[in-house]
Ligand binder design. Structure first.
Ligand SMILES: O=C(O)c1ccc(O)c(O)c1
Ligand SMILES: [Mg+2]
Length: 652
């Protein structure tokens, strides 16, 4: 499948965009007029630069208000078209996107429109270019892909075809099924965009909220399936108008974009497996289709994976080993051992394995959280890495690389277990480990752990969820990464009110719930105005069958809890009619409480250590994540942080 991306998706100058698109590995690019006209680079130079980069200039766009015109206005449209076609010849772009008319003056007469498209086709033919007519969702009269295609067929000119854009089709509830009945050779261009479902007028929705495939709610596998059946063989291009993408790092956005297309291509190939196995093709790709076209879309596949079956380990990195390991001890963890060749410890309890390493030079995960750049701040502990148990670690690693992820290099000595990992967009190191057979994982032996059984009653049994902070620039990228690289599924997003802003929260989970990761949108300290603090802290939530006993033991061992305000407990009684003894116990142990239709939820939070805190949860059938309690936590953390910050300011 030939991949392309519109320059409008990306931040920066035209020149920066071309470089990023090429370095990400796209085959081609759509040039937006706006990007060219603000550039000092001549069209011929753009063409040469693209050729040097190995990029095809697939499309030039948009040509607006050029059709569906009153006859007295059409001559000027043809004049503009000639000028545009000349420019396209200099650029070397073969196809021009012609939008349906959005003006109140647009003409509704289909015969006239077909005739105008035919005459435009003649101008295009004179210049050796093609016109791809696209129905904008907010077009005055032409806003459906079927309608646009009927007009194209009626125009009956070899240089006039259809441009399909998934956003315009799906945002109006259009049915993509009709695509498979189109002659693929009459589809001149295809643009893909996903979007979250919203109640918003289609124009605002399209111009601000499009996202890459896999980052929203549209069924693009269905669109792709229809497209394959049509026999279309041209580029599949991304056209995403998105406020965050326009501000994010151009190279990262381009990599994210190509990841979305590769993932979609693979999903489509799987969805069409039985249909396509009937047709000849090379291994891992799809050959000629039912229409007998020799070059219908070829779909590449990725190494197959299933979602992780569990957590292998979490790795904390800290500048204060004492503080961090004390926290673990207070929660009932015991030192499992020291790594035989690295300065790393492992702490164990139940099925939970926490690797603790000391932060050294160049090991910071998020540079803006570096304590050395913030003299006077508390020592930092953070989630550095997450290990997952997967069926086939080598395949999962290969797949992640094919999806454009950067490998993590961990030095290992001969004979030591190989840790295969990649960087998540949020800076976490993601490791693929084998699903455990009998006994302890191989890597644990390097810590001198021979058996995980200890004879202690482990009150903590596993990891309930891990909450990872995402920067707003990379939130959608994070969702796609965890979807495509780990096969997690995205639940609906929620907004949690906090003192420094709404925190967007979205749970990524494996189908059986063994791995659950709420992603949280993290405003950074610098973006917080007067609020000087660390970014949104992350946390590991530990599962327990008796959270009250964990809390009691932790209290005896001196754990600093995040304290819960009395107002919260009063409200609990109002909400749930709890009896006084229960509430007294919750209060004594700093426990929070929630209930849903499935059951009850008891949990507590520790105070934040650096950029990290821990939560211990007891689910009695409950299926949520304590969203009602999160604002209480955010407010308590905010108060502590501003108190600590102002104390520091007094001291410095
Ligand atoms: O928002 C627009 O105007 C616009 C322009 C060109 C397109 O291809 C499109 O899908 C939307
Ligand atoms: Mg479009």
């Amino acid at each position: 499948m030939r991949t392309s991306i519109a320059t409008v998706c990306l931040s920066g100058t035209l020149e920066e965009k071309l470089d990023a698109v090429a370095s990400a590995g796209f085959d081609g690019v759509e040039i937006f007029t706006q990007d060219l006209l603000v550039s000092p680079t001549a069209p011929e130079e753009v063409r040469a630069r693209a050729a040097d980069l190995g990029l095809c200039l697939d499309l030039y766009q948009p040509f607006r208000n050029g059709v569906e015109l009153a006859p007295d206005k059409f001559d000027d449209a043809l004049r503009r078209l000639r000028r545009t076609a000349e420019l396209m010849n200099r650029l070397g772009t073969p196809t021009l996107l012609v939008c349906s008319n959005v003006s109140p003056d647009a003409v509704a007469d289909d015969d006239l429109v077909a005739e105008q498209l035919h005459r435009m086709g003649e101008v295009a033919a004179d210049h050796g270019v093609r016109l791809a007519y696209e129905a904008l969702a907010w077009g005055t009269h032409v806003h459906g892909h079927d309608h646009a295609h009927r007009l194209v067929l009626a125009a009956d000119h070899p240089n006039v075809g259809t441009c399909l854009d998934s956003f315009h089709i799906l945002s109006r509830g259009g049915d993509p099924a009709s695509i498979q009945d189109m002659d693929g050779d009459k589809i001149f261009f295809v643009q893909l965009a996903d979007a979250p479902l919203m109640r918003l007028d289609v124009l605002s929705w399209s111009r601000h909220h499009r996202v890459f495939p896999g980052e929203g709610d549209f069924d693009l596998v269905d669109v792709m399936t229809r497209l394959v059946r049509s026999g279309y063989s041209g580029p599949v291009s991304l056209e995403i108008f998105n406020d965050s993408f326009r501000q994010a790092d151009v190279v990262r956005t381009a990599v994210d974009g190509l990841r979305s297309l590769r993932w979609l291509e693979d999903r489509t190939r799987s969805a069409m497996a039985s249909e396509l196995s009937a047709s000849p093709g090379t291994e891992g790709s799809v050959g000629a289709g039912t229409r007998g076209t020799t070059d219908r879309l070829e779909l590449q596949t990725l190494p197959k994976i299933s979602a992780p079956s569990g957590w292998d380990f979490v790795e904390l990195r800290t500048t204060d080993l004492g503080d961090t390991t004390r926290l673990l001890h207070r929660l009932g963890f015991r030192l499992g051992g020291h790594h035989r060749s690295k300065d790393v410890q492992v702490w164990l309890q139940g099925d939970v394995r926490v690797v603790v390493s000391e932060a050294g030079e160049g090991t910071r995960r998020q540079p803006d959280l570096d304590p050395r750049e913030r003299p006077g701040r508390r020592p930092v502990a953070e989630i550095a890495g997450l290990g997952y148990e997967v069926e086939d670690p080598a395949a999962a690693y290969q797949r992640a690389l094919q999806l454009g992820s950067d490998p993590v290099n961990r030095s290992e000595l001969p004979g030591e277990a190989v840790l295969r990992g990649v960087w998540a967009p949020d800076g976490t190191e993601i490791f693929f480990g084998p699903a455990p057979g009998a006994g302890v994982p191989a890597w644990l032996e390097e810590f001198g752990v021979e058996s995980e059984a200890t004879g202690f009653a482990d009150l903590i049994t596993g990891i309930d969820h891990v909450n990872v902070a995402q920067k707003w620039q990379h939130y959608d990228e994070g969702v796609l990464f965890y979807t495509s690289v780990l096969a997690l599924e995205a639940a609906a997003a929620q907004d949690v009110p906090g003192p420094s802003g709404l925190v967007r929260s979205q749970v990524m989970r494996s189908p059986d719930g063994a791995v659950r990761m709420p992603l949280n949108l993290a405003p950074t300290a610098a973006e917080q105005g007067s609020f000087v603090g660390v970014a949104y802290p992350e946390h590991i939530a530990l599962a327990s069958t008796d959270v009250r006993e964990v809390a009691r033991r932790a209290m005896r061992r001196g754990l600093e809890f995040l304290t819960v305000p009395e107002n919260y407990y009063e409200d609990l009684v109002t909400r749930f009619d709890l009896d006084p003894a229960t509430v007294a116990e919750l209060r004594e142990l700093n426990l929070l409480y929630d209930r849903d239709e499935h059951g009850e939820f008891l949990h507590f939070y520790t105070r934040t250590l650096g950029d990290l805190f821990m939560e211990v949860v007891e689910r009695r059938g409950y299926q949520g994540f304590g969203a009602e309690d999160a604002p209480v936590r955010l407010a308590a953390q905010y108060r502590l942080q501003s108190r600590e910050t102002s104390a520091e300011q007094r001291w410095t």
